[in-house]
Design a protein around this ligand. Structure first.
Ligand SMILES: Cc1ncc(COP(=O)(O)O)c(C=O)c1O
Length: 442
């Protein structure tokens, strides 16, 4: 039975009169027929306003690491609310949370808070520039670091014809052309390419800004040797290593991707999983660098370290540090991969998984990608179509194949069984639709 989206359609028609695209963020618009509005979320599932229930693998792009409305975190948040909210003055809890973060992430010698991933990365880049006195930075093809001008130069791979070099373009209108010259692009897992750029431009490059597991590009993972080489090259050329852990932080390991790879950033950023969805982000790093805040480099914000978000962060991080939540998340992700793999194999569909089991990219080619360019060699149109059927079957993934599937600690055996049932049906529906199209075209 296909879903009914009557209420979402009706609401969309009203919302679009007051809200651009009928939504609060461009990414939430899935077309007039498929944009949904959410009524509630509990554990690993969300329900839309038509009462369709979904096992959710978007989890708000990752934040709900313990599951929606986790009672332990929400209780802490309510206590945070009792404190009074926003004072634009500091509280004792900031230190408590900062100490926990430093314990979990050794590179986080000193800590500052922000409100969103974008804000944290923007602050980290400013800090790197302020500390080094240099303006340029290096980005990886396929990376996403938030919606601010410096991070909004990208390589639109869907437009690339697999010949020559893909072109760097602004992600949006409104990005000053003059900001283009600061960004240098390299491919993931290419230490020689990185060294070439650093050799030529080290005198103007402040930092390499990198996500070792690319949370917006299937979860393409850095080879450990590549990341070690990148660390060494940064040191050799006097360039800071900024690791963006907005998605991987407190998810792929207690100490994030830096623990997984045994690597230390000079500056690192965190957001999504920090407070199970309450808005808070973190800029952290080496003491000498972090002390530039207030001594030349500006950082602040009225809502920074809001008492509700901070209390939620304190409790979420405690749970992640002291319980087996992350191990359970990883186990579930491994089982999900195995179940999907069996279904696809039985249907003769080449595929592989990328990234960490807690945030898996499903890739429709047998050999997993090592660069964003590899994505062009996969059957991503099969994914795009299957995603629509998955939604109809009550499995919510991002309709864009580059977004990984996020797991939370509340995904349970029932979620897994429902997902695999829906996944098999969606795979069949996609194959059938493809076969029909082929028949029509001959
Ligand atoms: C790696 C990374 N950095 C930064 C951001 C921006 O975070 P936010 O959406 O909270 O501004 C994101 C968002 O998805 C991200 O994945």
């Amino acid at each position: 039975m296909p879903r009914t989206l009557t209420r979402s359609h009706t609401h969309f028609a009203k919302a679009v009169q007051r809200l651009p695209l009928g939504v609060a963020s461009n990414f939430r618009y899935w077309g007039e027929e498929r944009t949904i509005y959410i009524k509630s979320g509990r554990g690993g599932r969300i329900t839309d306003i038509d009462d369709n229930s979904y096992v959710d693998y978007r989890l708000g792009y990752g934040p709900a690491i313990l599951g929606y409305a986790d009672p332990r975190v929400d209780e802490a948040a309510r206590a945070g609310m009792e404190m009074g909210g926003v004072f634009a003055l500091s509280t004792e809890m900031e230190l408590q949370v900062a100490e926990r973060i430093s314990r979990m992430v050794p590179a986080a010698e000193l800590v500052r808070f922000s409100n969103s991933g974008t804000e944290a990365v923007m602050g980290a880049l400013r800090l790197a520039r302020g500390y080094t006195g240099k303006d340029d930075y290096v980005l990886l093809e396929g990376s996403y670091h938030g919606l601010f001008d410096a991070a909004m130069w990208h390589v639109p791979m869907h437009e690339w014809n697999r010949r020559g070099e893909p072109q760097v373009q602004p992600y949006s209108e409104g990005i000053p052309v003059s900001s283009r010259s600061f960004a240098h692009f390299v491919q993931a897992n290419d230490a020689n390419g990185l060294e070439e750029v650093l050799r030529q431009h080290a005198s103007t490059i402040a930092c390499l800004l990198i996500e070792p597991i690319m949370g917006n590009c299937l979860g393409i993972a850095a080879d450990p040797e590549y990341l070690r080489a990148a660390r060494a090259l940064c040191d050799k050329y006097g360039v800071l290593l900024v690791i963006d852990e907005v998605k991987t932080g407190f998810r792929v390991a207690r100490g994030g991707v830096q623990q997984l790879y045994d690597i230390k950033a000079d500056i690192c950023t965190f957001a999504k999983a920090v407070a199970n969805g309450y808005p808070i982000a973190v800029i952290a790093g080496r003491e000498e660098i972090m002390r530039k805040f207030g001594r030349g480099v500006a950082h602040g914000g009225t809502y920074t370290a809001h008492s509700v978000s901070l209390a939620a962060a304190n409790r979420t991080l405690q749970i992640l540090e002291e319980t087996d939540a992350l191990e359970r998340i990883s186990d579930y992700g491994t089982k999900l991969r195995a179940g999907m793999s069996a279904i696809l194999k039985a249907r003769g569909i080449a595929h592989s998984f990328v990234g960490h089991p807690s945030m898996s990219g499903l890739y429709f080619a047998a050999v997993p990608p090592r660069t964003y360019r590899d994505w062009k060699g996969s059957d991503y149109s099969f994914y795009n179509e299957m995603a629509q059927y998955l939604h109809d079957e009550g499995v919510l993934c991002e309709p864009d194949s580059r977004e990984p599937w996020f797991i939370c600690a509340a995904h349970d055996e029932q979620c897994l069984a429902d997902t695999l049932r829906g996944f098999a049906k969606a795979a069949d529906a996609t194959i059938e639709a493809g076969a029909k199209r082929t028949k029509l075209s001959v």
